[in-house]
Design a protein around this ligand. Structure first.
Ligand code: DC
Length: 224
């Protein structure tokens, strides 16, 4: 049986995570936050003092990860090997480490099975960078959610401030720009829309408006 899959790819801060969670909630589908996988790997490598270009060690670390993403209307929980890991993933340092470990093809390959296994009945909504292009090339609906870098930086700033972190607006913008270039220009699985992706620009939209757009596309595809 093939399980329906919806992918939402795009740059950091475009609102992928919220849109994916709300659509998954409406459809009763499972959720895959693929960025969290790269963040966990970046964090685990840093904690274990593994260099972010030590590919062999990163691959064996990747093979030891067992993850699930229970969620509700308020948010998504990330459960690693049975333990909930939360806010520690949402720092700029971890985001940067994630983007660095994500450039290595063997690491991406090692994480493929973990991501594909999340496609279980009754369906999956996943968000990331390469879900529609590489991980789920046959997805039933592919969205590419974009927004201007200024809007994305402002959203990330508010998110970090709300979670109690002390951050500078200008540093967030600079980090996002560096990460964008790295994610868009890497040789393997760069951040690009799939040929058959629907591009939505969320710069001037609320989360509810983005979800309404995605819901319409789901209906058009017979998924809702
Ligand atoms: O979506 P995020 O900000 O949590 O992702 C963190 C980093 O992980 C991002 O800068 C690049 C990497 N990533 C990736 O390479 N492929 C994915 N499918 C998801 C994230």
């Amino acid at each position: 049986m093939t399980v329906p899959v919806i992918t939402i790819d795009g740059p950091s801060g475009a609102g992928k995570g919220t849109a994916a969670r709300l659509i998954a909630l409406e459809l009763g589908f499972h959720l895959l936050d693929s960025g969290a996988i790269y963040r966990i790997l970046g964090l685990a490598a840093t904690d274990a003092q593994i260099e972010l270009d030590d590919i062999d060690s990163l691959v064996s670390l990747s093979n030891s990860l067992d993850l699930s993403f229970p969620y509700n209307a308020e948010g998504t929980e990330i459960v690693l090997n049975g333990v909930s890991v939360g806010d520690q993933l949402r720092t700029q340092a971890v985001a940067d480490a994630a983007s660095q470990v994500a450039v290595h093809p063997p690491v991406r390959e090692a994480l493929m099975g973990l991501q594909r296994r999340q496609a279980r009945a009754p369906g999956l909504v996943g968000d990331g960078r390469d879900l529609g292009t590489i991980v789920f090339p046959d997805a039933n609906l592919k969205i590419f959610l974009d927004a201007s870098v200024e809007v994305r930086a402002e959203r990330r700033y508010l998110e970090l401030i709300q979670s109690g972190q002390t951050v500078e607006r200008s540093a967030i913008l600079r980090d996002l720009e560096i990460r964008d270039v790295r994610d868009r220009t890497r040789k393997v699985a760069p951040l690009v829309p799939a040929d058959d992706a629907y591009v939505i620009d969320s710069s001037d939209k609320t989360a509810a408006e983005v979800v309404a757009d995605v819901r319409d596309l789901c209906r058009a595809k017979g998924l809702a």
